[in-house]
Design a protein around this ligand. Structure first.
Ligand SMILES: CC(C)(COP(=O)(O)OP(=O)(O)OC[C@H]1O[C@@H](n2cnc3c(N)ncnc32)[C@H](O)[C@@H]1OP(=O)(O)O)[C@@H](O)C(=O)NCCC(=O)NCCS
Length: 118
């Protein structure tokens, strides 16, 4: 998790937990800087999500994205990139449901973008 939370380009990393304090998942939002490893346009946000499989499809991801959007607004982002394995049907469906739309395909991955209202 330190890779996400203390990363120098991190805008926000939100954790979701249950009432017993067990972590259910997290969502990271980073700022795309020059030469970022994802080849995302400089100035965009880069999102990553992982939910514990036993907690999937209970709205945890949706709740995390509300927090991430709040951070994105505060940071004045206009675009957020989500790059997903081309065979990851659940990941593709999740980001589509959050309002992301495909803008490119690279080898084995699909990239979707979310545009914040200006
Ligand atoms: C993809 C992932 C983030 C979804 O998180 P989640 O907490 O299960 O998502 P939610 O319950 O908030 O679902 C929100 C919406 O996304 C869509 N969705 C989520 N999982 C889906 C699935 N398995 N199949 C189809 N649609 C799905 C649905 O539209 C859903 O709304 P609904 O339940 O009202 O129909 C989670 O399954 C996960 O971490 N998977 C492994 C890692 C991963 O794929 N990360 C993202 C790509 S890198």
């Amino acid at each position: 998790m330190g890779h996400y939370i203390s990363h120098p380009d991190s805008i926000r990393c939100t954790l979701a937990g249950d009432q017993s304090g067990h972590i259910l998942g997290f969502q990271s939002l980073r700022h795309a800087v020059a030469d970022n490893p994802y080849d995302v346009a400089v100035g965009w946000g880069i999102i990553g999500t992982h939910i514990r499989p036993s907690a999937a499809r209970r709205g945890v991801g949706r709740g995390l994205f509300a927090q991430t959007l709040d951070a994105a607004h505060g940071f004045d982002l206009t675009f957020i990139d989500a790059t997903i394995g081309a065979k990851n049907a659940e990941g593709l469906a999740y980001y589509e449901a959050m309002g992301f739309r495909e803008y490119r395909q690279l080898e084995g991955v699909v990239s979707k973008v979310y545009q914040l209202p200006s």
